[in-house]
Design a binder for this molecule. Structure first.
Ligand code: ADP
Ligand code: MG
Length: 477
């Protein structure tokens, strides 16, 4: 009995069509071409390794059933995979016939998603060409590891959620994990850390980091080249998808649409999604409601401005990693002066190093002050109350906790008054705020302190000396 392989396959397709969704059918079965039928073995050609694995994973039962129906119990299915470099890699249930003949699929409307060397299909830049098995370059930066990510109150929740996810991607309630916070607070660094840790813990998982812009551009290209399906397939096979800065999806309806579908697919199949955004989900404008509601399915954790100790620890780690040694007062000065943003903190450190090596000057507190003033954009020229307190306490050799406490010991009271005086003079803080920082005093106390200090400057020469010393130490040149 000599059945026609085309006919056999058409019959199989008819059954399959009734058993899968139209979308799945188009995606996974349309691109298959029957090749031959010999000795009850039907050979079908699939566009890629990934395709083959997908069929085996999701449709093997259905395929077996239909083959059995058409060819009897002896019937078998073989895959012929269009492989890069014709590499063969047999698996149970299937015998694969490597082929270099890509012509068969040339006119197929669904392009070849994973055929990296193929003449068509998106050449997704993340695919490492020339390997036996399709391998995705995760796009992770090894420097952004958990080891180099300093923990602090500002990032504790996000960090530990990320750590939990990296132990068990897709298996925690934190799916998606959305990390949000202002610029330079470590979102990108943290999601890279999670990705790296997942690769360490689960080497077989496919992890991909992509910025929302890159994702958008790839999608636009896919639309232009009429291979959106490739694009979707590609993203649907990722185990851990990290998308950075999703706020850039705002107002891009088509991109949101496709992302929505990819999101659903991955989420439903237990894959992990990790997203970052510069705003909390509720504040994201121009984002489809259904997408926003999905962002809230898992955990949203924010990164806050780093506290002083964290800023110092970050600077020290960076210096250690760079093999640098800076005077402690310089490190502290930087950490005290730049309070908002870790990127600027690093920028300041780098500018300082550049300055010192260009001008062959030692890195001193003076140089740091000049540099902060000239090179670091956006940083308040204003010193912080914390810094004033620190300098005053160092000067009088008092623990800063005492100054911030309510104690009325004479030497502390005077130092506290001086700190208040400088805070009033050199910052834009309100009297109430200054009071709050200095032992929880009210605005009247601060006002009184300023008067007292002014009086003493006029009447007490030694005291005047202290104040002018301190002023030099505190002021930014
Ligand atoms: P974002 O993506 O939130 O704008 P980044 O992740 O790019 O911020 O972080 C900016 C810089 O600050 C990076 O160089 C990063 O390594 C560093 N950084 C941020 N947070 C930390 C941290 N907790 N420990 C060490 N470095 C950090
Ligand atoms: Mg970032």
């Amino acid at each position: 009995m000599n059945k026609d392989f085309n006919q056999v396959w058409q019959n199989c397709l008819a059954v399959i069509k009734d058993n899968v969704s139209l979308q799945s059918f188009k995606t996974w079965f349309d691109p298959i071409a029957p090749v031959k039928l010999a000795n009850n073995v039907l050979t079908i050609q699939v566009p890629s390794q990934f395709f083959y694995e997908w069929l085996e994973e999701h449709y093997i039962t259905l395929l077996r059933k239909t083959i059995k129906k058409e060819l009897g119990t002896e019937g078998k299915l073989e895959y012929s995979i269009i492989m890069e470099n014709g590499v063969n890699n047999p698996k149970p249930y299937t015998v694969r016939i490597p082929t270099t003949n890509r012509q068969a699929l040339k006119n197929d409307p669904v392009a070849v998603p994973m055929d990296v060397n193929g003449e068509k299909g998106i050449r997704n830049p993340f695919i490492i060409p020339g390997l036996k098995k399709v391998k995705i370059d995760s796009q992770l930066n090894p420097n952004y590891s958990f080891e180099s990510f300093i923990e602090g109150d500002c990032n504790r929740l996000a960090r530990s959620a990320g750590y939990a996810v990296s132990k068990n991607p897709g298996g925690t309630a934190f799916n998606p994990l959305l990390i949000y916070g202002g610029v330079g607070l470590g979102k990108t660094h943290l999601v890279h850390s999670i990705g790296i840790e997942i690769k360490n813990n689960h080497p077989s998982k496919t992890v991909l980091y992509v910025s929302s812009e890159k994702f958008t551009h790839q999608f636009i290209d896919a639309v232009r080249n009429n291979n959106q399906n490739d694009f979707i397939h590609f993203y649907q096979m990722i185990d851990v998808l990290i998308i950075d800065d999703v706020q850039f999806f705002s107002g891009k309806e088509k991109t949101q649409d496709v992302f929505f579908h990819i999101f659903n697919h991955l989420h439903q199949t237990g894959k992990q999604l990790i997203l970052t955004s510069d705003k909390a989900p509720v504040e994201l404008q121009g984002m489809e409601q259904r997408l926003l509601s999905r962002f809230k399915w898992g955990l949203s954790a924010d990164l806050q401005n780093p506290e002083l100790e964290t800023r110092i620890a970050i600077l020290e780690t960076k210096m250690y990693n760079e093999g640098l040694d800076l005077p402690k007062e310089v490190v502290e000065y930087l950490a005290y002066s730049i309070t908002t943003n870790i990127r600027e903190l690093e920028g300041a450190l780098i500018s300082l190093l550049a300055q010192s090596s260009l001008n062959k000057k030692a890195i001193t507190l003076d140089l740091a002050k000049q540099m902060i003033d000239k090179f670091v954009k956006n940083t308040a020229r204003e010193v912080s109350i914390d810094y004033i307190q620190k300098v005053v306490c160092d000067y009088f050799d008092l623990p800063i906790e005492l100054l911030k406490s309510k104690t009325r010991k004479r030497e502390v009271v005077q130092a506290r008054q001086i700190a208040m005086y400088f805070a009033k003079k050199m910052t834009k803080s309100s009297l109430a705020n200054i009071g709050m920082h200095c032992g929880g005093k009210d605005h009247a106390t601060v006002l009184h302190a300023c008067k007292t200090v002014n009086n003493l400057i006029d009447t007490d020469k030694r005291f005047r000396g202290y104040v002018s010393d301190l002023e030099k130490k505190i002021s930014i040149q």
